[in-house]
Design a protein around this ligand. Structure first.
Ligand code: PMV
Length: 360
């Protein structure tokens, strides 16, 4: 498929008003997307667990305008409050999707959104937020065009979500998503994410992710800036090659359930992401002392207990602890005894692998 497939072919009838509402979860990358090209296309393929509890719920009300607007007319409410800070991000998203949704300026929009996780948690809401909004616009298109085939709905939602935030393309379906063209993954595309197309060992059906909130402030360097700094980064080439190899290896792991290899690859990916930041020009460090302490604790607990628990990191200081469901009681005790002390105000979030967007 190409971009052209996402431009509606038939006429959309711009005279109906309506309301659609979707939830979308966050996701945690196992193989990280870091570096982009073209119009929000990934420099390397990535693979993620779709989450379940950390999600955004968004409703979109649309009302036809008497004459087409030059600007896109919208209001955005977060938890019932009209939030001006969000406007530029939404405005830029709307301008990007315009090409693929030509009736956009014929309506006025009211967007109401809320997250299940606290704003101050340092958990990025861009993946779940953009995915929920993209699902709303996709349903709006489906309504105006008299229907849309289910598989295409998912692809279009992921395609639009990607234009808002790359990683959002992986928040549409579950339970494992792949985004970015990769020779080993049939149907993979830079334009949208797809559900992992191979057999999945049962251990991965119920995987757990506990997010330790170590640093809840605003990041010093945004992800957009981080992606930009990959251009001309001397280690970019090897990094993209390693990410590609990791995707291939993880396909095997997902089949066999080889958790030792899973742990090795996932932790390598997390540290490679931060290594890119630490060796870019200018360089920067998003990990905090608590991040390193927690990593040490997890590794020593794993060595002593033999439990295949591992960590991964986002573009921030918080640590995602990943483990199979059967070890939950032991890991929760370990978190309480050893790791909560590093969390800001003792806060952490418990999540698990999940299924993607849902109509409300
Ligand atoms: O989707 P963005 O542009 O916010 O980039 C996110 C990048 C990472 O979260 C660090 C990695 C990933 O693949 O999700």
């Amino acid at each position: 498929m190409t971009e052209k497939n996402f431009v509606p072919r038939g006429q959309l009838s711009p005279d109906e008003s309506g309301r659609v509402s979707w939830t979308a979860p966050s996701n945690i990358a196992l193989v990280k997307y870091w570096g982009k090209k073209g119009e929000q296309l990934p420099a390397n393929a990535s693979l993620s667990f779709t989450l379940s509890h950390c999600k955004t719920e968004t409703s979109l009300e649309f009302e036809p305008l008497r004459s087409k607007n030059t600007d896109i007319d919208f209001d955005i409410f977060l938890d019932g409050e009209n939030i001006v800070d969000f406007r530029p991000k939404i405005q830029s998203f709307l301008l990007k999707i315009y090409k693929y949704f030509p009736v956009l300026p014929h309506y006025r929009y009211t967007i109401r959104t809320s997250n299940t996780f606290p704003h101050s948690s340092g958990i990025a809401s861009s993946a779940s937020g953009m995915a929920a909004l993209a699902a709303c616009f996709t349903e709006m298109e489906a309504l105006l065009s008299g229907g849309m085939e289910a598989d295409f709905f998912m692809k279009k939602a992921s395609f639009l979500a990607r234009l808002g935030s790359g990683s959002a393309s992986r928040s549409i379906q579950g339970s494992i998503m792949e985004w970015g063209e990769h020779h080993f993954i049939p149907g993979s595309s830079d334009l949208y994410g797809i559900p992992f197309p191979f057999d999945l060992h049962p251990v991965f059906h119920t995987y757990r992710n506990t997010i330790l909130l170590l640093e809840t402030g605003v990041k010093q360097v945004s992800s957009s800036r981080g992606h930009e700094l990959m251009k001309g980064h001397p280690l970019a080439g090897p990094r993209y090659e390693i990410a590609g190899n990791h995707i291939e290896k993880l396909c095997g792991v997902f089949k066999t359930g080889d958790l030792d290899l899973f742990v090795e690859i996932v932790e390598h990916e997390a540290l490679a992401l931060h290594a890119m930041m630490m060796t870019s020009r200018p360089s920067y460090i998003l990990m905090k002392p608590a991040t390193l302490n927690v990593i040490e604790e997890i590794r020593s607990f794993r060595n002593q207990s033999g439990i295949p628990v591992c960590f991964t990191l986002d573009a921030g200081a918080n640590v995602h602890v990943l483990y199979p469901k059967e070890y939950e009681p032991g890991i929760m005790k370990f978190i309480q005894d050893q790791l909560v002390a590093y969390c800001q105000n003792g806060h952490y979030l418990c999540d698990r692998i999940g299924e993607g967007i849902q109509r409300v």
